[in-house]
Structure formats: C-alpha cells, structure tokens
Design a protein around this ligand. Structure first.
Ligand code: SF4
Length: 689
C-alpha cells in the first residue's frame, strides 16, 4: 500500500503530481511551494512511488526553469506582422475569445470540416489532452485528426500479434537473464527502466542493444548490433531461422498458444543468418550468437521502443520481433517476453471524456497529422472535401516536428488560414498563429495520467496558481464552447471533474488524492499460459484481421522507401533521434538544457567524412530533394558507416539557418497504421564552411 508523501510545514507545503511529458516513465512528482509567496521552490521525484524512486531525469529536474521561464506566454496575443514574423500585440481574453469564436463560427456555417484541430503528446495528461478539446471539436463537427505521428505502426503491430498494447511488467526486467534493448536509448528516454536493467546486470544478466546508433545505452551493453535503419524485421527473421534450425523453438508453447506457425516457418526458412546479416549490415556470427542466447537463456526480455517503427515496414518489424518470445516460449516466465507498451492495460473512459455523441450522427473526414504539409496546401475537391481554413493547435509544435518542413511552413504561411495556437512558449508554430493563447504548465493545473511504460495511474494536482493570465487547455476550450453558444451540460465540467471521469474501476480516486498514484493489479506472467487478447485468444503469427483487410497476414521484412545506397545522389541513411536533453521539440527553449547541447549536430562516421573531405567540428550541409539544413558535424563512432544521425528536434528559430532535421524527412506512411517514416530517409552531406 502506498504511503502519502506530501508534507506541510508552517512555511512550505508539498503537492503531489505527475510528469506530463511523452516518456514511458510517467514519474510521480512532489512540488514544494513557499506558503508566503505561493511560488514553487522545488520539484523532485516522489521517493515513495516505486517506479520513480525519487529520481527525475535531467530535463524535468529543471522544471522550475521551464515553469518560471522569462519567455513564458502569459497573455493572449494577436498577430500584427506577417505570418512567421513573430510580431504580436497583447489583447484581452475577452477580445481573443470573441473574435476566435466569431471566425470559427463563420467557417463552421459553411462547412465545419474546414476546421482542423492539431494536437499530440505535448502533455500525456488525459484532461489537458483530449477531453474538453474533443468535446468542443465533436460538437462543432470539425475534421477529425488521425493522431499518428509517433507510435501507430508499432501499436498496430502489437495489436495484430499480441492483441493489445500490452506486455511484460517493466519491473520484471530486474529478474531477466538476457535483456534486448531494441531501438531504445533507455539512458536518455526510459531512465527508470534502465534502473531495472542495472539490477539485472549486477545479478549477471547479459545486455544486448540493437540500434543503428551507438547510443549512451549501447555503450553500456555487452553487445551492440548497429543494424541499418529499417532492417529490424530481417534481423528478427535471421534470429528465428537459427532458433528453429537449432531446435531451440518451444514447440509445446507454439502448439498450445499460437496460430499460424506452419506458415511463418516457411517465411523464416527464407532468412538464413547470412542473408539477414547482409540485409542488416552486420556479421552473421553476431546473429548466430544472439540466436543462441535467445534460444537457450531462461528469462529473456525484450524492451522494444518506438524509434525502429518510424520506417516504411515499421508495423511488420514490430510483428516480427514480437514473434520471438512466442517462438522461444519466453512468455512462460515473468522475466521473459516483450514490452513495447502497456498502454492497453488502463481502464480509460475515453467516451466519457470526449463525448463522441456530440457529433450527433455527423461523420466528418479524418486528416492524418503526418501529412499536414500536403493537406494544408490542398484546394477543395470532391475527394479531399473543403480546403482547411482554420487550424487550432495545442500540445504540439508541427512547424518544428512534422515531416517535410518546406511544405509545412508553406501551409502555415497561408494568409487565408486562420490559426489559433494554445501554448506555453512562443514556438516555431506559435510564430505562424493569428492568436496565441497562453496555457498553464503541469504545476498550474489538474490532470490525470496512465502510462505506456508502467502500470500505475497518477493524479496531478495544481501546486501553484496559473502564471499571468494563463489558462488550462480544458478551460480554454470550455470558454470557447461558451462563446460559440454550446449549452450542452458537459461543457460545464471542471478540470477536476474531468479527472474523476477519466478512469473506470479499479481506479480509486480517493486513493489517488491521498497518495498521488495507484498501481493497477496485473498478472505477473500475463501470457505464461496463452490468453492473448486477440480474436483467436492465441499469439497470432498469422492475422486473419490483416488478411481480411487485404494485407499480408504474416510479418515480413518490408524494405525502406529510401534504403541506404539505393540512390547514388543520396547514399547515406539519415535518422534523427532526440538530443539527450530534449524530448522531441520540448525543452529546446530551456536555456540551461540548450546550452549543454550547444547547437544542432550531425554525427558521422570518420570513414564517410574522409571520402567527403569533411573535418570534425566543421559546418556541413545535409540535403536531399526535399530540402537542406546546415549544422556542425561530429565525427565519431556513434554513427555507423553509411548512416548519419541528425540530433533533434531543434526549434528552427534556434538554428543558424532557421531550419531543422525535418527539412529532409518525407510524408510517406508506414505499412500499418499510416504513421510517419522519420527514420526512412536518404541524404547527402557536404562541407559548407
Ligand atoms: S524520466 Fe520521463 S517521466 Fe520521468 S521526469 Fe523525465 S521525462 Fe518525466
């Protein structure tokens, strides 16, 4: 049973909260507030929350720098200069809301589908994410947004194999004897998982990292397989080929708890280790050695993360990797199996939060957020519907993070596009707004959180009053609903009431109020005896649902759209993992963190630099047909030959040439889920002194 940690003294009080950022760790926070001034004076990890264990990452340890940043947006702003110029004047909430409601109302009268919300995981909170905002857009009948920009391909891969986004409990990795860290720089983006890995390592576990980049995590593992981007499925097939050939498959587990084995085996036969090694750009012996470890080690756990699925075949790759523990029977142990996400474990009441019934039978079109660059430039047509006339952006910074920046910027620059941006800071996207509305930070509002890394629910209470005239996202949409004349009673729900509506049993709100978190009851080894949440109740090597949808029912290696070396003009593969102190584009404006990162950096292997006469620390131009950006180069073995790593995601305005990595990325889509292919990108690099 958790204990309550919040303490009060005559001078200070402590408030329990949750980290809102897009990170699997979802840490429990304690904010200490000075009673006299009402100011937060300390943010720390809750030591009583087992997953947080009192520790925060370097980014959120500096949360006060972010909350009290001297560039926080504190008042509504109206544009006075050209779009993108960043010129605004202060206006009252009254003026801003009145005008926004009038303009959205006029567009909605013609066709509400011409209005598009654009949001993602700027906060992972269920209330300041998609609650009142969804109610507002549903009531309006606006276009729906397919929120695909991060994890959809992998999520679909899991759903069509395991049945849901579920897997091992993260704490059980501490008992694993072999841990594969696949596509994850855990030290920087899953720190609290890394703590369990350290425990396992001390007890003798072997650690293997699979990642094109030699990350901080790869350096600390016993083995690093630096495969070519987008070849993960080939590696999984090479491993399964060796496992089958050597009799290491758990035929009993396969027989009882899986479907489609005979068909998958035929495909596995096509992938001897030598062929897989050639495709992946590694040596075959390393595949044979890893197959032996996987096939013969009890308690082998795979921590799969989302970087690897941002390529054309991302969904299939996740299906192929997810097949491994079903083939070896690793699921029999609590310390074996796979974890990509446990988001499917949470009893979230989305309909109660979002109220789809407000659509009142309307079926607006859906726009994919990945293709916002193209879609903002599309005229009205019978196929597309009305041109997008208004955008309301919250919890996202698409001008910096959406692919193919040139088109995104052209779209946002349209003078006839009415854009409202709800933000804490003047981001690249806010520069293109007609109105910027100041949003509260996590210390200033209510919210409630699940997690995709662990299985605890966390409540976030406001610790301090909103700064300036900032309002929570939910308040802003509540106010806008009022201005639009929406009288449905659900628009009167307070932020706290929304928190109470977010989860069904067994989540106990009183426990959350007392302790800040609640651990959901979970089976220790969820699939030791099958029971997969698929239509067949078994692990699905073969998916009837995919076959019915006209897709390949078995996993396969789907080559990248832009494999390294295929186009002589752009011979290098380009990936854009986050810089260590940034979380996508969040935190880039926190000076203390940006100063440590220095400037946008391209990592390149010395061998690739030599043939281009590029010296360490020089300025280079990275380019392809879609665009170019200029940055400094670091020559080191973090990049494997043939692959360059452009660390992201810098705000464009902080780069010397006002551009970032997404100048180069494409708007093509993944095999499953129509997600982005940020790491499926070919470029060339040249010196640019
Ligand atoms: S580790 Fe993740 S959840 Fe924890 S404080 Fe950092 S960003 Fe937030």
């Amino acid at each position: 049973m958790p204990v309550s940690t919040a303490k009060h003294t005559p001078h200070t009080r402590e408030v329990l909260g949750a980290c809102p950022h897009d990170c699997p760790d979802t840490c429990a926070l304690i904010t200490t507030v000075d009673q006299q001034t009402g100011k937060a004076i300390r943010v720390q990890g809750n030591p009583d929350h087992p997953q947080t264990a009192g520790a925060l990452c370097t980014k959120v340890a500096k949360y006060l720098d972010r909350t009290y940043h001297d560039e926080r947006l504190l008042y509504p702003l109206r544009r006075t200069g050209a779009k993108g110029s960043g010129q605004f004047e202060r206006v009252s909430w009254e003026e801003a809301l009145e005008d926004i409601a009038a303009r959205l109302g006029a567009i909605a009268k013609r066709d509400p589908q011409a209005i598009l919300p654009y949001s993602y995981a700027g906060t992972m909170g269920l209330v300041q994410g998609e609650s009142m905002a969804s109610r507002f857009f549903n009531r309006l009948g606006a276009s729906q947004l397919a929120r695909t920009i991060c994890s959809i391909a992998g999520g679909e891969g899991l759903i069509h194999s395991i049945g849901q986004k579920v897997g091992m409990l993260v704490e059980h990795f501490a008992d694993s004897h072999l841990i594969l860290i696949w596509g994850s720089n855990s030290i920087t983006s899953n720190l609290h998982f890394w703590r369990y890995v350290q425990e396992a390592k001390r007890a003798g576990a072997k650690l293997v990292c699979i990642d094109p980049r030699r990350t901080e995590t790869a350096e600390k593992c016993h083995v690093h397989l630096a495969i070519q981007p987008g070849t993960d499925a080939a590696l999984a097939f090479g491993l399964m080929n060796e496992i089958v050939a050597n009799g290491w498959a758990d035929e009993d587990y396969i027989e009882k708890y899986t479907v489609g084995w005979a068909k998958l085996k035929e495909r596995i036969r096509q992938w001897p280790a030598d062929k897989a090694a050639q495709t992946c750009g590694i040596d075959a012996d390393s595949i044979r050695a890893l197959a032996r470890d996987l096939g013969t080690t009890r308690d082998a756990g795979i921590r799969l993360n989302y970087g690897m699925q941002r390529v054309r075949g991302g969904g299939n790759a996740v299906r192929a990797i997810a097949a491994l523990p079903a083939v070896t029977g690793a699921w029999r142990s609590h310390a074996g199996g796979l974890l990509m996400s446990n988001a499917g474990r949470f009893p979230i009441q989305r309909d109660a939060l979002q109220r789809p019934e407000l659509l009142a039978g309307a079926t607006p079109r859906t726009i994919n957020m990945v293709t916002i660059g193209d879609d903002l430039l599309k005229p009205a047509s019978p196929l597309f519907g009305p041109a997008i006339e208004a955008l309301v952006v919250y919890n996202s910074n698409p001008v910096a993070v959406a692919p193919e920046s040139q088109k995104v910027v052209s779209g946002f620059s349209r003078e006839d596009l009415f854009t409202v941006v709800i933000e804490q800071f003047q981001t690249d996207t806010a520069d293109y707004a007609d109105y910027v509305l100041p949003a509260t930070t996590q210390l200033e509002h209510w919210d409630i959180h699940g997690s995709y890394g662990h299985t605890d629910v966390l409540l976030n209470r406001p610790a301090i009053a909103p700064l300036g005239e900032a309002r929570s996202n939910a308040s802003i949409f509540r106010d806008l609903a009022g201005r639009m004349g929406f009288t449905d009673s659900c628009f009167a729900d307070s932020d706290e009431a929304l928190c109470r509506q977010a989860f069904a049993e067994p989540v106990d709100f009183e426990q959350l109020e007392r302790h800040g978190y609640q651990t959901l009851p979970m089976p220790s080894a969820p699939f030791a005896e099958g029971g997969f949440p698929t239509p067949s109740g078994k692990f699905e090597f073969f998916s009837q649902r995919l076959q019915d949808a006209g897709l390949d029912p078995l996993p396969d290696h789907v080559p990248n759209y832009e494999p390294a070396g295929a186009d002589k003009r752009y011979p290098l593969a380009f990936i854009s993992p986050p810089a260590r102190r940034f979380l996508n584009s969040t935190f880039v404006n926190v000076r203390s963190l940006r100063d440590v990162e220095g400037e946008p950096l391209l990592e390149m292997h010395p061998q690739d630099a030599q043939s281009r006469s590029i010296g360490d620390g020089e300025w280079v131009l990275v380019y392809n047909d879609r665009g170019e950006y200029r940055c400094k180069v670091a020559l080191n073995n973090r990049a494997r030959p043939g692959v360059v790593n452009g660390l992201g995601i810098w705000w464009r305005k902080f780069a010397s040439d006002g551009r970032n990595v997404n100048e180069l990325t494409s708007q093509r889509l993944t095999d499953l889920g129509q997600g982005p292919v940020f790491y499926d990108c070919a470029v060339q690099v040249r010196s640019d002194p």
